[in-house]
Design a protein. Structure first.
Length: 565
């Protein structure tokens, strides 16, 4: 509509100003002009250009036509041609401001900054009451490094508009470029007088003092701000750092707390403060009480920030306050922007560390739903299913997680281990032993994998030589582990080396407190094979007294005979 109105305004002038040699020429121009407008409005750029060029050939002194041609060339990124026509259009009619602005933009695009300033000065003269060309002039002068000219343009703007923040900030920059610190400070004082409660201006002045080794003057400004606004975060942070630099740590911490308590301080800055304390408290535990106090302040001042509660969880988890850490993490994931896998991972790790299988089952299921491409939740879901006696479901979860852990060999090892356990419990021994092999291919020095694989081989009476090597290795990797020594004893028992087996089971019992029922049953089995039936019965009965009541054990006692489990 604006374009059509513009055309409507210009047409009468064009008609009146056109020297008409004959009516046919005018009709030809009008026809080409309206055709060009129709093409332009419908987005047919090339056809519009041809029609405008036809108009230009008919009326070569028509400024509007040349500007229209320049605009199309500019849209086509043909800057040279656009400049040629814009220059001619401006030369023909330098009283239309927007012609000049188009020409200026093209000059700037072509890197002709000096020529652009000349055009902008002409535009400024056209409208002495307008600040727009002066702002544009200032920008070009700044690009050219013509500081005095830029200052003159800014002063003209100031004369038109009064004290203006943007104008004064530009003047401050120019004074600083010219190394005129005092003039920059005077300019800032003008702004502070005009806007006494705009603390951002005062903070900038203080930073200027600080950057020029006039620290005490900066401190005076920060304290003045705090006298008017006690929780102004930036002033408090600056004072905190100042007092820390002169080793006044208590004062520094007081200002730090005030900054952290400010709701207007960005949460990422608060987290930065807490991270600093996190690192310091790892080296100096005496700062822990201050760190936790600061944590509470941040949480209270940002009660809807998941980051604040997650940070609190990190502190608590590091300090082994696991129940409190879990509570903080759960609060974090309940808040907007708290659905982060890293936080859920911490929750799962805490559930596992606390051996809270009910929590782990529920939390891992929710984590799988939220993050279906992350493997770790599948591992814990598989483990909880295995602990609940649902081996088939455990295998499904673990196989799904194993497929997702292709880029993480450590996780592949854990999935393979628990798949081996699940398949063994499900009586799929061959499949179980394949998964044990896969786990050991990834990590041949995992003592638990070596021990469990050796034990299951011994129970199945298969590959006993291999089982013995794995058991010996697991015990060398983790000495004096009673369960591993019991496995060693059982492999020796299956090999018929009863004397060595008895020595190992006695060692396992000596290291255990309380004594496991299974160890006594194993000792009884070994003694029976050594023809020490009465001693064997004593050990079996100890196993029953300790709570073991499996049917095979009871049958051994009743029949006074050994049976394989």
């Amino acid at each position: 509509m604006k374009q059509r109105l513009l055309v409507a305004l210009f047409l009468p002038l064009l008609s009146l100003g056109q020297p008409s040699a004959n009516s046919g020429n005018s009709l030809s121009f009008d026809s080409a002009f309206w055709q060009a407008q129709e093409y332009k409005i419908s987005g047919r750029q090339e056809q519009a250009l041809k029609s405008f060029l036809q108009c230009d050939s008919i009326e070569p002194d028509n400024a509007l036509i040349k500007i229209e041609i320049a605009k199309i060339y500019a849209e086509k990124q043909s800057i040279g041609e656009a400049l040629e026509y814009a220059s001619k259009g401006w030369e023909l009619d330098s009283k239309v401001k927007w012609y000049g602005f188009l020409y200026t933009d093209l000059l700037l695009a072509d890197g002709k900054l000096l020529e652009a300033t000349q055009v902008l000065e002409q535009i400024a003269d056209l409208e002495p009451g307008s600040a727009d060309p002066l702002f544009a002039l200032t920008g070009v002068y700044l690009d050219l490094g013509k500081w005095p000219e830029a200052l003159r343009a800014l002063s003209k703007i100031e004369a038109l508009r009064g004290i203006d923040k943007e104008v004064s900030r530009q003047k401050v920059k120019i004074y600083l470029y010219q190394d005129e610190l005092e003039l920059a400070l005077v300019e800032m004082d003008k702004l502070i007088t005009a806007f006494p409660y705009d603390f951002e201006i005062q903070l900038q002045k203080a930073d200027l003092y600080s950057a020029n080794d006039r620290q005490l003057e900066a401190v005076g400004i920060w304290k003045n701000i705090i006298s008017k606004s006690p929780n102004q975060p930036t002033a408090n942070l600056r004072l905190a750092r100042w007092h820390q630099s002169i080793k006044e740590y208590d004062k520094s911490y007081t200002y730090l707390k005030a900054a952290a308590a400010s709701p207007s301080l960005d949460i990422d800055e608060k987290i930065g403060l807490l991270l600093s304390f996190y690192e310091q408290t790892e080296r100096d535990s005496t700062l822990l009480s201050k760190a936790y106090e600061l944590l509470d302040i941040v949480v209270q001042s940002s009660p809807n920030s998941a980051k604040a509660f997650a940070m609190k969880g990190d502190f608590l988890a590091r300090d082994l306050r696991l129940l409190e850490a879990r509570e903080a993490y759960l609060k974090a994931v309940s808040l907007p922007e708290g659905t982060k896998y890293e936080i859920w991972q911490q929750i799962l790790l805490i559930d596992a560390e606390l051996n809270k299988l009910e929590w782990l089952e529920a939390d891992s299921k929710q984590a799988v739903d939220l993050f279906p491409t992350q493997p770790l939740p599948y591992l814990y879901k598989g483990i909880t299913s295995l602990n609940q006696g649902d081996e088939e479901q455990a295998i499904e979860w673990l196989e799904a997680g194993l497929d997702l852990s292709f880029a993480n060999r450590a996780l592949q090892e854990r999935f393979s281990f628990f798949l081996a356990e699940a398949e063994y419990t499900n009586s799929n021994l061959d499949q179980a032993f394949k998964y044990f092999e896969k786990a050991l291919d990834i990590n041949p020095n995992n003592p638990t994998t070596l021990n469990n694989y050796a034990y299951y081989l011994a129970l199945a009476n298969r590959d006993l030589a291999k089982a013995l090597k794995m058991s010996e290795k697991s015990n060398s990797l983790q000495p004096q582990e009673p369960n591993f020594i019991d496995t060693w004893a059982w492999v020796l028992f299956q090999q018929g080396n009863y004397t060595a087996a008895l020595e190992k089971i006695n060692e396992a019992l000596s290291l255990s407190e309380p004594k496991p029922a299974g160890f006594h049953e194993h000792k009884g089995d070994i003694l029976f094979r050594m023809n020490k039936v009465e001693e064997a019965l004593i050990e079996w009965e100890k196993a029953v007294a300790l709570g073991s009541n499996n049917s095979v054990l009871l049958k051994k006692i009743e029949k006074k005979k050994w049976y394989a489990n």
